[in-house]
Unconditional design. Structure first.
Length: 482
């Protein structure tokens, strides 16, 4: 180990004397710092805007004047998906999934205002975020700094003197890896500082920040060992460079894109138009609450009269129109949930297929961990959609119950042609403020850790593979002799 440390010290001295290496490392540190600062500033602004929009929405809903409850059902409300502080590190799917849901009766709307839809197509090539810098740019810098580390010794003929001094191939490779790992650790400093600051701002996110730091430390360590191993296996520095650049391009660019394309083709998702047409067809099958002659609701009327022991809907103790609205919303909402679960199932299959490609690219595993820890993966988006739908259903049913209990049936039936009945069918404005505001509850740190468990395992598997390759390089160097 002592000889390995001496080798690492000598390699670091050589790298620090190199203007190219110093320029490359300085550029990467500057990019990391800029990415952290700009991403945090952008996400902090976005988080503030969404919070203000949600508050404005809640205030407008509560400030409505006295109205008929069914008018408020159609007036609706909005749910804005909030952002955690770690979204500044890895925005994940936030740019593509939409951030705002319009919540109204009889409908389940899609999330709108995704940044990718509002921006140019260049956003899909990758934003300058700390996650992008660590996933893509840092490995490339390590490749350019580390490709000649061992191959250069072979080309210069310095392996023989080193062996004569008692330096074994394993110690040489370990020393080179320690030197390159020191540079990787230095490259991670801005990210670690940003994650530490995020943990101080939001202590509940400390576990997530630790997950991200650990995942990228493992990811960069994989690259360090892999680079040194390939450099040890190649007889020329040029061969090592070409090989490592090809490996970098495949792992960080080709495989992730290929995985996404294959996943979308293997588990295709119906278009929004196809989904809406199928949903409307099924809605017509289950009954139309606005049609008095609809067979289902004709049966519902018979059952309701029987339940209350009366012969006419006018004799019911509750407003029959409100009861119909309650039943109709319950039916349609169950169908909405079925379609949402079907869509989520398709998307989960796509995510699972992409996860399998992590055997070809550790970048996919690192990305999965960082999105899960930051709360910006698809699971978090689905969680938002499910909570928003549950809130929508509860809000609409509260209003429908108000319709059934607080509005007289006779006034309700005559309100479109009689001004006095229309005024009496309104309920007090205080009822709107009594409806709870939407508040999103994110996944717990334990849940995020569980979601990232397999990806952590894949990173460890990649590290073992890289170490095995390093062992092969050491054996070949020993076989070459002094």
């Amino acid at each position: 180990m002592k000889r390995a440390i001496l080798v690492a010290r000598g390699e670091l001295t050589l790298l620090l004397r190199s203007r190219v290496a110093a320029l490359g490392l300085g550029t990467l540190l500057a990019l990391s710092a800029i990415a952290a600062a700009t991403s945090y500033a952008h996400m902090a602004g976005e988080r503030s805007v969404r919070s203000a929009q949600q508050q404005a929405t809640d205030d407008l809903f509560a400030a409505q004047p006295a109205r008929h409850p069914h008018r408020v059902v159609h007036y609706g409300s909005f749910a804005h998906r909030p952002l955690g502080v770690l979204a500044a590190f890895d925005p994940g799917v936030d740019r593509y999934t939409g951030t705002t849901l319009y919540l109204e009766g009889h409908r389940q709307n899609a999330a709108a205002f995704g940044a990718a839809r509002e921006s140019s197509g260049l956003i899909r090539f990758g934003e300058l975020t700390p996650a992008f810098v660590l996933q893509v740019l840092t490995p490339l810098l390590l490749v350019f700094m580390g490709f000649p580390m061992v191959a250069r010794e072979r080309e210069n003929g310095s392996l023989v003197p080193l062996r004569a001094l008692g330096v074994q191939p394993g110690e040489l490779l370990l020393g080179k890896a320690l030197a390159l790992a020191a540079l990787a650790a230095l490259a991670m400093l801005p990210t670690v500082a940003a994650l530490a600051a995020a943990s101080l701002l939001a202590p509940t996110e400390a576990i997530g920040a630790g997950m991200i730091a650990l995942a990228y430390a493992l990811y960069l360590l994989v690259w360090v060992v892999l680079i040194v191993a390939v450099s040890g296996l190649c007889h020329r520095s040029r061969t090592a460079l070409v090989t490592l650049v090809a490996v970098w391009a495949g792992m960080t660019i080709v495989v992730p894109r290929l995985a996404a394309d294959i996943a979308s083709r293997t588990a295709p998702q119906p278009s929004r138009i196809e989904n809406d047409l199928a949903l409307q067809t099924d809605l017509r099958r289950i009954g139309d609450s606005h049609d008095p002659n609809d067979p289902f609701f004709a049966d519902f009327r018979r059952r309701t009269l029987q339940q209350f022991g009366v012969a006419r809907i006018e004799d019911l103790p509750l407003n029959y129109r409100g009861l119909v609205s309650l039943e109709g919303e319950a039916l349609t909402s169950r169908l909405f949930v079925q379609y949402a679960l079907k869509t989520m199932g398709i998307q989960r299959r796509q995510v699972t297929l992409m996860d399998r490609f992590a055997v070809l690219s550790p970048a996919l595993a690192a990305r999965r961990v960082s999105m899960a820890a930051a709360g910006t993966d698809l699971e978090n988006h689905w969680r938002f959609l499910q909570q928003a739908e549950a809130f929508r259903f509860d809000m609409v049913q509260r209003l429908n119950r108000l319709h059934a209990e607080a509005v007289d049936f006779a006034d309700d039936s005559a309100r479109s042609r009689d001004a006095a009945s229309e005024r009496r069918s309104r309920v007090g404005a205080g009822n709107w403020a009594a409806i709870p505001d939407f508040r999103f509850v994110p996944d717990t740190p334990a849940g995020r850790l569980a979601a990232a468990g397999n990806s952590f395992g894949m990173l460890l598997a990649w590290l073992c593979l890289a170490l095995a390759l390093g062992g092969l390089a050491a054996r070949r160097m020993r076989a070459e002799g002094p």
